[in-house]
Design a protein around this ligand. Structure first.
Ligand SMILES: Cc1cc2nc3c(=O)[nH]c(=O)nc-3n(C[C@H](O)[C@H](O)[C@H](O)COP(=O)(O)OP(=O)(O)OC[C@H]3O[C@@H](n4cnc5c(N)ncnc54)[C@H](O)[C@@H]3O)c2cc1C
Length: 349
C-alpha cells in the first residue's frame, strides 16, 4: 500500500484547511531550505515537509483498516460511476477514482522530470544537514540536472539526482554512479543504502489529449487520474489537496450530491491555470537548448519569495506571470514566439 515514494510539499502550497487533512501524516518538517546554482545560492526560511510512504501506509492502516481492501483490481465505469470488483458490480452514491496517472489526461507532447533517489545511512553524524531543494552546482547532463537532499536525521538522508529531460528513459547505471559521487564528495564515503526510489513524471507541453470532463454526478476522478499535477514540477500532492478542498471534503457537512458539480467548477479554474505553466514548459524544453536550462532556473530563483511560493502552489497572478516572462529567458526570440501557441508542433532544442 502507498508504494515506494516520498511526497514533499511546501507549507505555503496549502491553506490551513487543506493542511488539516495532512497534519497527522507528515513524517518530516524543516523550517528552511537552500537552492544553489553556479551563479548564486539562496536561503529560504519557509516550511517544507515530507511524507514517507511506509509511514503513510502504517498510519492509514491504523486509522482505517476496516475500510481498506488491498490487492483488488477495480474497474470503473466513468459514465455511471459503477464499480466492478471480482466480477461483482457495486453501486455507490459517489465513486472517487484515484487510480493514478491516466494517459488520456496527458498531452501527446510531453517532457519529463526524472530522478533516482537513495535513502542512505552514514556511519557518522553529518555536520552539513541543510535541505537542498536544488543543488545545480554539478555537471549538467540530459537537460537540467540538480541534486535534491533531505536530511531525515544526522545520519539518515534522502538524496536524489534529478533531470528535466526531453525523454523519460532512466539510465540507472549512469545516474547512480553520479549520485554516489555526489554523496561521497558532499557528505561522506561511508554509508549504506537503505532504500531506493525513482520516477519519471510527465510534464505537459501542450493541451491534454482529452480535456477534463465530468459527465456523471456519481463519478469524480481525483489526483493524477484527473490530470491534477503541476505541469512544471510533475508534483501532484498540492493540487490533490486543493481539489479535495474544492469538493468540500475539508468541510464538516460534506455534501455528496454537490461534490461533482463543485469538482466540475474547480476543473474549469485549474484548466485555465495550467495553460501558463505549459507555456513555461515549452520555453524550457522546446525553445531552449538542454544546456541552457540551468541558466533559466537560476534566473527564476532570483524572483521574490512570494512569487516562487505561488509558482509551486500553481496559482500565479497576472503580474507574477508577467514578471516571470520579463526574466527574458536566454532563448532565441523566434523560437520563443513559436512556443506561444499550445497547438504549435515544435521540436526539441
Ligand atoms: C518516486 C516518486 C516520488 C514523487 N514525489 C513527489 C513529491 O515529493 N511531491 C509530489 O507532490 N508529487 C510527487 N510525485 C508525483 C505524484 O505526486 C505521485 O506520483 C503521486 O503518488 C500520485 O498520486 P495519485 O494518488 O494520483 O496516484 P498513485 O499514487 O499512483 O496511486 C494510485 C493507486 O491506485 C492503485 N490502482 C491503480 N489502478 C487500480 C485498479 N484498477 N484497481 C485498484 N487500484 C488501482 C495503484 O496501485 C495505486 O496505489 C512522486 C512520484 C514518484 C513516482
Amino acid at each position: 500500500m502507498a508504494g515506494n515514494h516520498t511526497w514533499c510539499f511546501h507549507r505555503s502550497d496549502l491553506t490551513t484547511d487543506e493542511m488539516s487533512l495532512l497534519r497527522d501524516l507528515v513524517s518530516h518538517r524543516w523550517n528552511s531550505y537552500f537552492v544553489a546554482f553556479p551563479q548564486h545560492q539562496r536561503h529560504f526560511t519557509s516550511d517544507y515537509m515530507a511524507i514517507e510512504s511506509q509511514d503513510f501506509a502504517k498510519k492509514l492502516m491504523a486509522m482505517y483498516c476496516d475500510s481498506i481492501s488491498l490487492n483488488h483490481a477495480i474497474e470503473v465505469n466513468k459514465e455511471t460511476g459503477k464499480l466492478t470488483l471480482n466480477g461483482n458490480v457495486i453501486e455507490a452514491d459517489l465513486t472517487i477514482d484515484a487510480r493514478g496517472w491516466c494517459n488520456e489526461k496527458i498531452s501527446a507532447q510531453r517532457a519529463y522530470q526524472k530522478f533516482v533517489g537513495w535513502e542512505v545511512e552514514f556511519s557518522r553524524d553529518i555536520d552539513n544537514s541543510s535541505v537542498f531543494l536544488m543543488d545545480a552546482r554539478v555537471e549538467q547532463f540530459d537537460g537540467y540536472r540538480f541534486l535534491y537532499t533531505l536530511p531525515y536525521s544526522q545520519r539518515r538522508f534522502l538524496v536524489e539526482d534529478t533531470y528535466y529531460s526531453n525523454d523519460g528513459e532512466i539510465n540507472f547505471a549512469a545516474i547512480e554512479k553520479r549520485l554516489r559521487k555526489y554523496i561521497e564528495t558532499n557528505y561522506d564515503k561511508d554509508f549504506k543504502i537503505l532504500r531506493k526510489e525513482f520516477g519519471s513524471l510527465p510534464l505537459e507541453l501542450g493541451e491534454p489529449v482529452t480535456q477534463f470532463a465530468n459527465s456523471s454526478s456519481r463519478y469524480i476522478a481525483i489526483g493524477t487520474q484527473a490530470g491534477m499535477a503541476h505541469p512544471t514540477t510533475g508534483y501532484s500532492l498540492p493540487s490533490l489537496l486543493q481539489q479535495l478542498s474544492a469538493l468540500g471534503l475539508t468541510e464538516k457537512n460534506f455534501d455528496i450530491l454537490k461534490a461533482a458539480q463543485r469538482n466540475f467548477n474547480h476543473l474549469a479554474v485549474v484548466k485555465n491555470q495550467q495553460s501558463f505553466f505549459r507555456l513555461l514548459n515549452r520555453m524550457l524544453f522546446l525553445a531552449s537548448q538542454p544546456e541552457q536550462r540551468v541558466q533559466i532556473m537560476d534566473r527564476f530563483y532570483t524572483l521574490p519569495e512570494p512569487l516562487i511560493q505561488n509558482f509551486y502552489r500553481g496559482k500565479l497572478s497576472s503580474l507574477e506571470k508577467f514578471k516571470i516572462l520579463a526574466l527574458k529567458p536566454p532563448v532565441p526570440l523566434f523560437k520563443a514566439m513559436r512556443c506561444l501557441s499550445e497547438r504549435t508542433q515544435l521540436h526539441y532544442g
